[in-house]
Design a protein around this ligand. Sequence first.
Ligand code: SAM
Length: 663
Amino acid sequence: MSVAERAISYEPAMLEEKSEFALKTTRINNRRYLGNKYKLLSFIKSVVAESCEGVNSVADIFAGTGAVASAFTDKRLITNDNLYSNYICHLAWFSPQSYSREKIKRLVAYYNGLCVTGDNYMSDNFADTFFSRADCRKIGFIREDVETRFALGEINERERALLITSLLYASDKIANTCGHYDAFRQGVKIDRCLELSVPLPADSLNSGNRCYNEDTNELIKRVSADLVYIDPPYNSRQYCDAYHLLENIARWEKPKVSGVARKMDRTNLKSDYCTNKAAAAFEDLIANVSARYILLSYNNMAQKGNGRSNAKISDADIMRILSAKGEVKVFTRDYKPFSAGKSDIYEHAERLFFCICKQKERPIIQSPLNYTGGKFKLLNQILPYFPDRIDTFIDLFCGGCNVGVNVNAGRVIFNDNSPHLLCLYNAFKNLGKSTVLQMIEDFIAQYGLSRSTKNGYDFYGCESSAGLGDFNRKPFLRLREDFNKKNVDYKYYIMLYVLIVYAFNNQIRFNAKGKFNLPVGKRDFNDKMKSKLCAFLDRLSEGNYIFSCLDFREVDTAALTENSLVYCDPPYLIACATYNERNSWNERCEHSLYAVLDALDTRNIKFALSNVVSSKGKTNTILAKWLSQRNYRTIHLNYSYSNSNYHTKDKTQSTDEVLIVNY
Ligand SMILES: C[S@@+](CC[C@H](N)C(=O)[O-])C[C@H]1O[C@@H](n2cnc3c(N)ncnc32)[C@H](O)[C@@H]1O
């Protein structure tokens, strides 16, 4: 590139007046792409409108051009494609990042006015193949210039994506191919000239839109949406082969190319869906989909066309795999729905497999700890107010874990500032059920504690009403003494669990010196305690649970999205519980908590807060004032249902138990 060219490249305004009036604009569908569903959008939209309810988010996980996502820009979108050249277009069309259209127009006008005389990577490798030498020079120059401007901070990520998209669309328009880059037409005079257009994305896009560039089978483990649209390759034609040149331009890593079609190394871009692994990949994908609805496009050329266009997954496999996920219907272009098993669906060229996913039914379980302030009794009133789909749930003051352990979420982070509690949960999670149960039995035997389920009350010389306190007092005190000597390992925390089981009311309480200080209780490791513990240990082994022991102000919320939920069940300022006996929760904490919640709200992150506005004749005036100054929603719960005396011993006066949400 000559110095003169470089010099003008930073003064786009010079060309603006001359050429801007002639600028063309472009929309998402203005390109050729194998398997592009643009023409099917009305079909797809009508199936969704007819068959789905309350769809607020759509994931187009083999998005290609992004045409299907473009039909749902009123929703929150997730797009994905393993080709970077598609991903960069998705950023252009769907990213919520703001950009300057004026800047794009100025640069497009400038690029269109260029005449590039020096050679570069494009002309050195592709001159007079897919493009003329002149156009290759121009494409190479523009692509380099976009990268330079981005590195200099002149354009942001969205503007970079819009300019690359404009270049890809313009290049594809003039390419000397019949739609893909497996070969170019030899011996034809290439007389079309590169002309960039200004891409026009939708004006208003959801701020939660996210675009990804990875293998869908990996991504699907981390994302969820109300509707997941699946449009994988159907046959052995790899998209990275068909679009290697656009991918090369988009990536701009300037790799070595070889062969007549000048392809770069594409080893890492090959898709399993184009190989004999397709059915296994599809089965794995569907197993990991987290959605209410799945819509699948799959061509039915199986065994009809030539070998290369034969579909890689049989209809029988599709039906089997989708039916395991939920109820399946097949829609054909004539909008005729067929129920699973009908053979004539195969005669229709355009089919959509629609699946209403079975939602995992998980029983509500109770914490194995009788944690003061536990929300178990209020769960049936609280859980319905939580969003259906939660990617990350933070149980910020997790206590007994009753809430987090009963929430459907991609992952749950349990936080509490009690180190004993968190070490106990970590011991549960890391040791697993059989080891934990064995260790409990060993401690019971070692200290000679009662085991009434095995031996009956008579064996210990007492009745159920009086309880096992007299028998267990001495061994319990020995266990407590040993525990308080502190010997920090997993074994030690299982010892804590045994202490809790045999302690007064199965509670957990430490004195100012950090010593467990409850007296012996009436009960032991009976069947009820054991089954609560087993259900909890099973649940911990099934999901993605993380335990953290931090002050609530220190918990990292940076990675949360609009689909996350932070649930707070803090100590109640106007009601005393054992964990607040030394008044560790005060007005300063109360103010800090509201500041944390306001900050989440500003970032569009959902929160739900449990509290009481008034109780036992007292009012939490800080809470009442905060609520009066905000637009949060206050849901009044029926406290008497909780039938628990955990925050006050006085059951006669009413307590206004509330759930406050910002969504
Ligand atoms: C049939 S096309 C999708 C067409 C798209 N619906 C449209 O309207 O433009 C399939 C897409 O899946 C992408 N793909 C193939 N295997 C993939 C994988 N394992 N992960 C992510 N994307 C993949 C291909 O690059 C291609 O763009």
